[in-house]
Unconditional design. Structure first.
Length: 554
């Protein structure tokens, strides 16, 4: 039994060293040794990418879904004007080239990498290409209609007045192929969701069958300031009614090896990164084709193409989409569209993470401080698992009590391993001790604590949220390293309270592992360290009380 435990400990220890070395390589700006990430190529030089068309089942698709010719466009990015639009939560820039959204600044979220600046999610610059586009394509005919490259004329009031609850701006194209497109953006106070009405006017003498496409275009570079000590997803995602939330790696798009549902009547497409996201949504009655494509060197798009009804000569029709650009606030995302909250990615433990987030959210509503809400949530979990923890600590306490007897026996029978094992099992049987009794109750709890880890790592509410004193941002590392030092100290106390392994090498390893793990906590967000520290303190208190009840001295 000790051999098995020793082997498990060495495996955990070895894997920990591998992970620490790999993350150290990343923090030094080098490529990871053991778990290399896809190499990102240089971003596009400037402006929006050139559009290309494609043929899929006789239907022309926009913006590089496959292969083809670029749409006819007389405009260039340099000739386009930028229109500034501002609400109480968003400061946006639209381009008169296609009426595209080319910059989005989030006024309620500060940039931790630039003091005094707000988070800029979307941009069209040499440092970042991240855009929202839409336009029309013809059904089968390949007719040149207004696209995201077509010059448009702006109208409307670009600033939300204090007395208004919403503002509207419109971009209107000249007729292209005898078809005119008007895009009307409706921005509401306090909302990161934008209604986008596409009005199509058929000025020809024949009926037409247009298709509307919407897409998000982004370079493949990670967000600025991304931590090397924990990994979060950056890239496209799609949601459909049958396959639900599906992430798409940039590297899979690069290899043309994507696996997601391509046809659906429900869902959305999104670009996701840590804490923030953008998404295009269409009405659930609208059939659509979903695509994710490489546009250019290190430039990718994800979008939808929706066939529209036949439009008679001289007629017009409207099709409304919704564009979300903002933080991953779970409650707000659920209100916009059921399933949109999944852009806040909890991974395979979503079934546990969602109720844990709900509980954390409700605790914060009562307490009014996210830091103390984290502490309160750990207390609630400790109460819920009190009986399991008691069984584990009682078992470990009994192991600690018989440890001197085990040590004496090992020394006496060190030259007879088979007899040693038999004698050890006899001692366990007589003392009614189960060597695994301290492990199994803890294993049951591990998924819950991993789920809570992802809740705290993913929740944008932790950004710039203070706790006490020196901790002004629960999403940033502790500036004075007080929490990580306390975390290390409590880990060592826990090691002291646990039974000392009979094997001297194993005993030294048990003391070294908390020190090795603590290195990572110096770079983790303060909220995560506070969670682990609170858990350690409560565990120490419970284990000390149980040891005292069992009459165990240290």
């Amino acid at each position: 039994m000790n051999d098995i435990r020793r082997t498990i400990l060495w495996v955990v220890f070895g894997f920990s060293l591998v992970m620490l070395w790999d993350q150290w390589q990343l923090s030094q700006g080098k490529n990871p040794t053991f778990f290399p990430k896809p190499v990102q190529t240089a971003p596009a030089s400037d402006g929006a990418p050139e559009a290309v068309t494609a043929q899929t089942g006789g239907t022309a698709l926009p913006q590089s879904p496959q292969t083809g010719n670029p749409p006819v466009s007389s405009s260039t990015a340099s000739a386009a004007q930028r229109i500034d639009v501002e609400t109480d939560v968003l400061k946006l820039q639209f381009s008169t080239e296609g009426g595209n959204l080319v910059r989005a600044e989030l006024l309620k979220h500060k940039d931790v990498n630039r003091t005094g600046s707000n988070v800029v999610l979307m941009d069209d610059s040499k440092e970042r290409v991240y855009l929202a586009q839409s336009g029309l394509i013809g059904a089968g005919s390949g007719a040149p209609w207004p696209t995201h490259k077509t010059p448009m004329v702006f109208s409307g009031n670009p600033t939300l007045k204090e007395s208004d609850q919403e503002l509207q701006i419109t971009f209107a194209s000249e007729p292209v192929g005898e078809v005119k497109l008007l895009k009307t953006y409706v921005l509401k106070r306090g909302s990161y969701a934008i209604d986008v009405q596409h009005e199509i006017v058929n000025m020809s003498s024949a009926a037409i069958t247009p298709q509307l496409y919407v897409q998000l275009v982004r370079d493949g570079n990670p967000p600025e300031g991304e931590s090397a000590f924990y990994s979060t997803f950056t890239g496209p995602a799609v949601f459909t009614s049958t396959k639900k939330y599906q992430k798409i790696e940039f590297s899979d798009i690069e290899k043309n090896n994507t696996d997601f549902e391509k046809q659906s009547q429900q869902g959305y497409v999104a670009m996701v990164q840590h804490y923030f996201a953008s998404a295009w949504l269409l009405d659930d009655t609208q059939q659509r084709e979903l695509f994710a494509r490489k546009i250019d060197t290190n430039l990718y798009s994800v979008g939808m193409v929706a066939p529209l009804p036949v439009l008679a000569p001289g007629s017009r029709m409207s099709q409304t989409a919704k564009l979300f650009v903002g933080p991953q606030e779970e409650k707000a995302l659920e209100a916009i569209y059921p399933g949109l909250e999944l852009v806040k990615d909890y991974g395979w433990l979503t079934i546990l993470s969602k109720p844990l987030y709900w509980l954390l959210y409700e605790l914060n509503r009562v307490i009014g401080n996210w830091g103390w809400a984290i502490v309160a949530l750990v207390v609630v979990l400790k109460i819920a698992f009190y009986w399991l923890n008691s069984q584990a600590y009682k078992s470990m306490g009994k192991m600690k009590a018989i440890n001197p007897k085990i040590m004496e026996m090992r020394e006496r029978l060190k030259d007879n391993p088979q007899q040693m094992q038999m004698e050890m099992m006899r001692i366990y049987r007589e003392e009614k001790v189960n060597p695994l009794g301290g492990c199994l109750p803890i294993l049951v709890q591990i998924p819950f604590f991993i789920a809570l880890y992802w809740v705290l790592l993913s929740s944008v509410e932790m950004r710039n949220a203070p706790w006490i004193g020196w901790v002004h941002d629960l999403a940033a590392p502790d500036p004075w390293f007080i929490l990580p030092l306390l975390m290390t100290a409590t880990s060592l106390v826990q090691t002291w309270l646990n039974p000392t392994p009979p094997d001297p090498v194993q005993a030294k390893l048990m003391w070294f592992m908390p020190l090795a793990f603590s290195v990572m906590f110096f770079f983790f967000p303060a909220g995560l360290v506070l969670y682990w520290l609170s858990n350690n303190i409560l565990s120490i208190a419970q284990q000390w009380m149980i040891n005292k009840q069992l009459g165990i001295t240290h």
